[in-house]
Design a protein around this ligand. Structure first.
Ligand SMILES: [Zn+2]
Length: 189
């Protein structure tokens, strides 16, 4: 039976028969069968009756200078831990360890006394990678970096920016954050 469009195949997997289709990129023909030569997804061109495979997206390595988007998973006295979800401009899955830390000295342009007033668990943060190895270190010490979506610490609902603070319309409360100039402007979150 033929593999379906979009199905993931491994090298050596039979995709279709050469009676029906021509072997395209990422495939070869053997004994009347079209076989995948790589790990990829199946593509059919039904106009030209070509079957091919497209390699699965390679994973992204986090590099120094990258701008990342992540979620706060822990806030300590001297550092914040971020689970990095995305590298800007690289729309692929991230390889390896996805956690990064922001040291208190790199959190803001201004002096930060208490990180718990700048970040809360569940907040989305946009940050820049200042070190990629052996551990990922981030900075939010520029206006464009910091919290881009804050969750209310009472009801966990999304908060709106109000000047230099964030406000929960649900609870009618304000909270402080290290707010990014991109607050509320990011797509996909
Ligand atoms: Zn609330």
């Amino acid at each position: 039976m033929n593999k379906e469009k979009g199905e993931v195949v491994l090298p050596g997997d039979e995709i279709a028969t050469s009676e029906e289709y021509i072997a395209g990129a990422g495939t070869y023909e053997e004994d009347g069968k079209i076989i995948s030569s790589q790990v990829g997804t199946v593509e059919y061109n039904d106009d030209e009756l070509i079957v091919s495979t497209k390699p699965l997206n390679p994973v992204v390595e986090i590099e120094r200078g990258d701008i990342v988007l992540g979620v706060v998973t822990m806030v300590r006295d001297t550092m914040v831990v971020i689970d990095i979800k995305k590298v800007e401009g690289k729309d692929r899955e991230i390889a390896g360890d996805t956690s990064g830390t922001i040291h208190v000295s790199k959190a803001s342009q201004a002096y930060v006394k208490d990180l718990k007033k700048e970040f809360k668990i569940g907040d989305y943060v946009r940050a820049k990678v200042i070190q990629a190895k052996p551990s990922v270190q981030l900075t939010t010490g520029y206006p464009e970096y910091g919290v881009v979506k804050a969750l209310c610490s009472k009801c966990r609902g999304p908060m709106v920016r109000k000047g230099t603070m964030v406000y929960c319309p649900n609870c009618e409360r304000t909270e402080t954050r290290k707010i990014s100039s991109m607050y509320g402007k990011m797509r996909d979150i």
